[in-house]
Design a protein around this ligand. Structure first.
Ligand SMILES: [Mg+2]
Length: 393
C-alpha cells in the first residue's frame, strides 16, 4: 500500500476515524528523458538521427580533459558513455558527430517538459534537468500504465523527446524501474511484485548506493538486492546504521517513508491480495491475525516499536477504505497489534461491507509512529548517498 494514502491523521478521533470515502491508489510515474542533451540537438538536426552523436567538447578543439556529456544510443554501441574522457570516446568511434553543449537550450527544453507533465498531475517533482516524478491516481497497475503511455506519447509527439518511464507506488522503486525500462520503455512494478523485481538486480541499482556502500555489501557477501533481502535488518544496521536497515526493508518490498523524503513518522505495512475475493468475515479474521503477527515479527526483527495501527481494504471494485488508531503508548510484540488490527478490521467490515456484497480483494495492516527500541538511532544523512556518475543518461 502506498505510504501516501494513509488517510486522516490518527488522533483526530481516538475511537477511530470514520471510514473515508473510497480512495484511488497513488502511483509515481518516474520520467527519465533518454540521452537528453543529444535528443535536444536532434530536434534541430533530424538528419543526424540514427547516427553516433555525442554532446561534449570535441576533443580536437580544446583541452583533453573534456568528457562526454551525452551520447546517442548508436554511439553507446561503440562503448561510449556519459562522463567518459572525450579522447577515449574519439578513439572508440572516430566517426562520431560531436556537438558542443548548449545548456541554455537544455534548460528551456526541460521547462517545456515540466509544462507538459503538469497537464497530467498537480504534483510534479523535478529531480534533475531530465528526470521528474509525476504523482497520479490510478485504481490498478494497468490504469497506471495507461497514464505512463499517454505521458510518453505526449512528450514524443509534442516535444519530439524519447523518454523511459518507471511506475510504482514509491518513488525509489519507480526510479529503479525507470532504469530497467531504458531506452524508450515503460516498466510497471505493482506493490506485490516489488521484492521479485528487485531481487536479481545488483545492490548498486538502488539510488543512494554508491561504490563505497557497494564495497561494504560485497565484503559481507551481498551482491544482489535479493541477497540483501535475506539478511537481518539488524545485521545491515551494524554495517550502515539506519540506512542499512532501510535498505533491507526496501529489498523486501516494504515501502520506506524515510527515504521518500516525506514528512511524518515512518511506517511499515504488509499486504495480502486474496486469490479469490473474500466475502466472509471468518476468512478475513484469519487473514488479519496472520498479517498482524507477520508485521509484529518483522518490526521486532528491526528493533522497532509502534504507536499506531491501521487497517485498509481494497474492495473488488478497486476502491479503498481504511481505519487507523493511535495507541496510548508505543508497543512491541504481536498481542496489541493483533487485537487492535482485528477490532479496526471488524469495524470497517461492519460499516462498509455489510449488506453491500462488496468483497475484499486486498487486505493491508499497517503500523505507524515507529520508534527505535534501542537508544541508537542513526540518521540517513550521516551516510554518503553515493554519487551517480551517470550524470545524464
Ligand atoms: Mg536521462
Amino acid at each position: 500500500m502506498p505510504e501516501t494514502s494513509t488517510g486522516p491523521p490518527e488522533g483526530t478521533s481516538p475511537l477511530g476515524a470514520p471510514p473515508t470515502a473510497p480512495e484511488p491508489a497513488r502511483w509515481i510515474v518516474y520520467v527519465d528523458l533518454d540521452a537528453f542533451y543529444v535528443s535536444c540537438e536532434l530536434r534541430e538536426r533530424p538528419e543526424l538521427r540514427g547516427r553516433p552523436v555525442i554532446v561534449g567538447p570535441p576533443p580536437k578543439d580544446g583541452p583533453t580533459r573534456g568528457v562526454v556529456l551525452s551520447a546517442s544510443y548508436e554511439a553507446r554501441k561503440f562503448g561510449i558513455h556519459s562522463a567518459q574522457p572525450a579522447v577515449t570516446a574519439a578513439r572508440l568511434c572516430p566517426d562520431a558527430i560531436w556537438i558542443p553543449p548548449d545548456f541554455r537550450k537544455y534548460g528551456e527544453v526541460s521547462a517545456q517538459v515540466r509544462a507538459r507533465l503538469a497537464r497530467f498531475s498537480a504534483e510534479v517533482t523535478p529531480f534533475s534537468i531530465d528526470e521528474a516524478a509525476v504523482t497520479i491516481d490510478a485504481p490498478d497497475p494497468s490504469a497506471a500504465r495507461t497514464v505512463a503511455e499517454e505521458i510518453q506519447r505526449d512528450l514524443a509527439e509534442n516535444l519530439d523527446l524519447p523518454a523511459s518511464l518507471g511506475v510504482a507506488t514509491t518513488r525509489i522503486v519507480a526510479k529503479i524501474a525507470t532504469d530497467a525500462a531504458k531506452p524508450g520503455g515503460i516498466r510497471v512494478v505493482p506493490p506485490d511484485e516489488v521484492a521479485a523485481f528487485l531481487a536479481p538486480l545488483p545492490v548498486r541499482a538502488i539510488p543512494g548506493v554508491g561504490p563505497k556502500t557497494e564495497e561494504i555489501f560485497q565484503r559481507h557477501g551481498v551482491r544482489t538486492i535479493g541477497e540483501l533481502a535475506e539478511r537481518k535488518p539488524s545485521e545491515a544496521a551494524g554495517w550502515l546504521g539506519g540506512f542499512g536497515r532501510d535498505l533491507v526493508a526496501l529489498a523486501r518490498g516494504v515501502p520506506i517513508a524515510s527515504s521518500e523524503g516525506e514528512s511524518g513518522p515512518r511506517s511499515r505495512s504488509t499486504d495480502h491480495t486474496f486469490a479469490a475475493d473474500v466475502g466472509a468475515w471468518a476468512e478475513m479474521e484469519v487473514a488479519v491475525r496472520q498479517l498482524a503477527v507477520e508485521l509484529a515479527r518483522s518490526l521486532a526483527e528491526e528493533g522497532l516499536r509502534y504507536g499506531a495501527v491501521g487497517v485498509a481494504y481494497r474492495w473488488a471494485d478497486f476502491t479503498r477504505s481504511q481505519r487507523s488508531r493511535t495507541l496510548p503508548a508505543a508497543q512491541e510484540g504481536s498481542a496489541t497489534l493483533e487485537e487492535v488490527a482485528l477490532r479496526l478490521a471488524r469495524e470497517l467490515w461492519d460499516s462498509e461491507q455489510a449488506g453491500r456484497e462488496r468483497p475484499v480483494r486486498t487486505l493491508s495492516v499497517r503500523t505507524e509512529r515507529l520508534s527505535e527500541r534501542t537508544q541508537r538511532q542513526v540518521s540517513l544523512d550521516e551516510y554518503p548517498r553515493g554519487s551517480d556518475p551517470r550524470s545524464e543518461n
